[in-house]
Design a protein around this ligand. Structure first.
Ligand code: FES
Length: 156
């Protein structure tokens, strides 16, 4: 994001906060609109929200991490979700996840430096017959072995 775009969004954030400031329970709607504005909730935005709503940073962090619809990191162009549900787990889903972390040089729950991929571990994706399973955006990959990973990533 350019500095100019960031500045514009920060101004918009101030407007959002002003709009909700006097409501009871204003934090959730403010976080919600912040997420829509930036695509995630940047630390700088958390700081401003904390100041203006007079809510400690720790509380904002707590709320933002509690609800899965909020994310504190910028998202990548593609989201990879690796199932760590039981059926997948017993078929070495962890090995698949480890390989992804190694190839992308990120830990699960974060986004690559080039913002190309966000890597996440998830609960059952509902296709246990294909275990171990991962999804990249809407594409499902099943019966994976760690060695499949580099080739699959190349397609994105
Ligand atoms: S446990 Fe992985 S898809 Fe169900």
């Amino acid at each position: 994001m350019s500095d100019e775009a960031m500045k514009e969004k920060m101004e918009k954030l101030e407007e959002i906060i002003t709009e909700h400031k006097d409501q009871k329970g204003s934090l959730i709607p403010v976080l919600h609109e912040t997420q829509e504005l930036f695509g995630y909730i940047p630390e700088e935005a958390q700081r401003i929200i904390s100041e203006k709503l007079n809510i400690p940073m720790a509380e904002i962090f707590g709320v933002a991490t509690f609800y899965s619809r909020f994310t504190l990191n910028p998202r990548g162009e593609n989201t990879i979700r690796v199932c760590l549900g039981t059926a997948c787990y017993v078929k070495n889903a962890q090995g698949v996840l480890d390989k992804l972390e190694e190839e992308l040089k990120v830990t699960s729950g974060s986004t690559t430096q080039d913002r190309k991929f966000t890597l996440e571990a998830t609960r059952c994706l509902g296709c246990c017959g294909l275990a171990p399973v991962m999804m990249i955006n809407e594409d499902v990959y099943g019966k994976l072995v760690p060695e499949d990973i580099p080739k699959i990533l190349k397609d994105y």
